[in-house]
Ligand binder design. Structure first.
Ligand SMILES: *[C@@H]1O[C@H](CO)[C@@H](O)[C@H](O)[C@H]1NC(C)=O
Ligand SMILES: *[C@@H]1O[C@H](CO)[C@@H](O)[C@H](O)[C@H]1NC(C)=O
Ligand SMILES: *[C@@H]1O[C@H](CO)[C@@H](O)[C@H](O)[C@H]1NC(C)=O
Length: 360
């Protein structure tokens, strides 16, 4: 048992080399280990990805009619035009799919137009949503999981498919934004945080009960470092009390996930610590390849020119109400709350070693 665990870990390090193109002598070693593990028939890496949550994972589910993700300058780096991602380019979902060696899953909204592309999974995540309703009329987390349950009923996905599946869940703070904007008090926040995490834990269990083999859930990022908060200090300082609220959410989440794992075999629930990854990247100013980047890490690339406008807003004459930096690749944040493609890539690199656990 123990040895197999180590072997599959080594095998995945090897796969990483293959995927990243560093295959020379590792190739044959990887091949041998692959063979041994298959003989025992225990090892199965996920080949499908189902994605749930909000704009940190959405790749196109929000309606074109109102979502900024479908307006220029979103998508300017990738795919070169607005395509429903809340970034200048790729988001975390795309890098996780790359890690798994599969295509980034199709947004659920487009499933009818591309029925041949459902094999690798689907992306149900929708920008602006939370575990509770957030007032944007888009499906909350429970409803998103309901869409997968519906497809299982329709036999689009079988039990066997689900056994080969990984689920990603991002909950990035829309519940808290709604709490604040609807007059929630500072004193009531800890209680609300525990309500959010309790509901999240119920949804994680619901998702696992569909038959999905493994459920990966992100911690809440350091919300006090988002440009929407740091603008008040000219993008110099993170808000300490908001970051400690995120820390409290994450502590409750760790506990809830430990409890869920206690009741299932082989650690079905995994936490992906994007809180630490954001902090590491924002503090280091360098990515792990040693490139110096993100000189003013808290300052976003796309900035609205008035307080009632957003990145992507136009006035009635079609004039832009925002400015875009020259090189999105040199900034961590794209707009007031979302990372750039370069930002997500740096976060992904930081998390890559912990992603090996999805294959164990
Ligand atoms: C999610 O949305 C559905 C449909 O609008 C609603 O019935 C349900 O109460 C919501 N769930 C939560 C936890 O807010
Ligand atoms: C940090 O955020 C809290 C809650 O939004 C706010 O009350 C406080 O004034 C902020 N602190 C600073 C230093 O801006
Ligand atoms: C895990 O389960 C054991 C035995 O049922 C129990 O004693 C323990 O408190 C549980 N731990 C958590 C974190 O729920």
């Amino acid at each position: 048992m123990e040895l197999q665990g180590i072997l599959s870990y080594i095998f995945f390090l090897m796969c990483l080399f293959l995927i990243t193109g560093n295959f020379t002598s590792e190739f044959t070693v990887a091949g041998n280990i692959h063979h041994q593990i298959h003989k025992h028939g225990r090892f199965r890496r996920p080949t499908k990805l189902f994605v749930f949550g909000d704009s940190y994972a959405d790749t196109g589910n929000n309606p074109k009619a109102f979502a900024s993700s479908w307006k220029p300058p979103y998508g300017v780096t990738f795919p070169g035009k607005p395509a429903g991602r809340y970034s200048d380019g790729r988001v975390f979902t795309d890098y996780l799919a790359r890690f798994m060696g599969i295509r980034s899953p199709l947004p659920y909204k487009f499933r009818k137009y591309a029925p041949g592309k459902l094999r690798g999974g689907l992306n149900f995540a929708c920008g602006g949503t939370g575990v509770f309703d957030t007032g944007n009329l888009q499906p909350n987390l429970t409803t998103q999981i309901g869409f997968l349950q519906g497809l299982i009923k329709e036999r689009v996905y079988t039990k066997r498919d689900l056994k080969a599946s990984l689920a990603l869940v991002t909950i990035s703070g829309n519940d808290y934004g709604t709490y604040t904007s609807t007059g929630g008090s500072e004193q009531g926040l800890p209680t609300f945080i525990s309500q959010v995490v309790n509901q999240l834990a119920k949804d994680l269990k619901l998702l696992h009960d569909t038959g999905v083999r493994r459920v990966l859930v992100t911690t809440l990022q350091p919300i006090g470092c988002l440009p929407t908060v740091t603008v008040s200090s000219s993008y110099q300082q993170c808000n300490v009390s908001q970051n400690s609220a995120a820390g409290f959410h994450n502590q409750l989440l760790q506990h809830a996930v430990a409890k869920l794992n206690n009741n299932t075999k082989d650690s079905s629930f995994l936490i992906l610590d994007i809180f630490s990854a954001f902090n590491t990247v924002l503090k280091s100013k360098r990515d792990l390849t040693g490139n110096s980047k993100f000189d003013t890490p808290l300052k976003p690339c796309c900035i609205a020119t008035s307080s009632d406008a957003n990145c992507g807003s136009l006035d009635e004459n079609g004039k832009k109400l925002y400015t875009v930096c020259k090189r999105p690749a040199s900034t961590f944040f794209w707009d007031t709350v979302h990372p750039t493609q370069a930002g997500w890539h740096a976060v992904y690199i930081t998390l890559r070693s912990s992603l090996n656990r999805i294959n164990a």
